[in-house]
Design a protein around this ligand. Structure first.
Ligand SMILES: [Zn+2]
Length: 233
């Protein structure tokens, strides 16, 4: 005996559509809608910035919630105080503080003493190891920036960043790397193809200062729409 669906094809489609609509509305109730992407007002430091030397905005990635734009200023930064009192630890701390000061004219950064509520946290340690899809340990790096999302009460999607920076490097290397990783944490989620920019993808012999192209790129990022920092309706 042949068991078949005795509903006519068009009716099958109608039933399937009604079921999908029903499921869709149940899901919509279960997960509140994210705020629509909108651009935040430009931070005054970037609004007044004018330069015509171009940018590398096309290299910048967005995230599932939009561009990594900080909308509450100043941005709070925690720098881990190395527990080890050696010269090397002091050198690390000074180089990282200098890198924070270097970005400060473009986006206001405020040092804080506790990591709990800091927007950006800079840790004096190697990045946590990562495993490949086949379970092998990937080559350890000396620096890395990671971001994560959270919800600020009552319902605002936010992000925070962790920068891991090895304490076992020279002062010059630490300064150059801290500047580069801070660029990522401030929203430049991508790399410049030019070695004259801080956000060049590879390490260079003579580290460079933050370039006008770095700031042009940062300004374009801050002009983009994002869901971050907007309250859910
Ligand atoms: Zn990088």
């Amino acid at each position: 005996m042949r068991v078949g669906w005795r509903v006519k094809p068009w009716r099958r489609w109608a039933i399937a559509s009604i079921l999908l609509l029903f499921l869709g509305s149940v899901l919509a109730i279960a997960t509140p809608a994210l705020p629509p992407p909108q651009a935040h007002p430009l931070p005054p430091t970037l609004a007044q910035w004018r330069d015509r030397s171009g940018d590398y905005f096309e290299e910048i990635e967005s995230t599932p919630l939009g561009y990594l734009v900080w909308s509450t200023l100043p941005i709070t930064v925690y720098i881990e105080v190395p527990k080890d009192p050696s010269d090397r630890a002091q050198t690390w701390q000074k180089a990282v503080e200098r890198a924070v000061m270097d970005w400060n004219p473009y986006l206001p950064l405020n040092p804080v003493d506790s990591p709990e509520n800091a927007d950006i946290r800079i840790w004096s340690r190697r990045p946590p190891l990562r495993l490949s899809s086949t379970g092998e340990i990937l080559r350890a790096r000396t620096a890395e920036t990671r971001y994560e999302f959270y919800t600020r009460s009552p319902a605002t999607p936010m992000h925070r960043c962790d920068i891991y920076l090895s304490p076992h490097q020279s002062a010059i290397y630490t300064l150059a790397t801290a500047r580069h990783e801070l660029g990522h944490a401030l929203g430049i989620w991508g790399h410049s193809p030019s070695p004259e920019d801080v956000m060049y993808f590879s390490q260079v012999q003579d580290p460079v200062e933050i370039s006008p192209r770095d700031i042009n790129t940062l300004k374009r990022i801050y002009e983009q729409p994002t869901r971050l920092g907007w309250e859910q309706r």
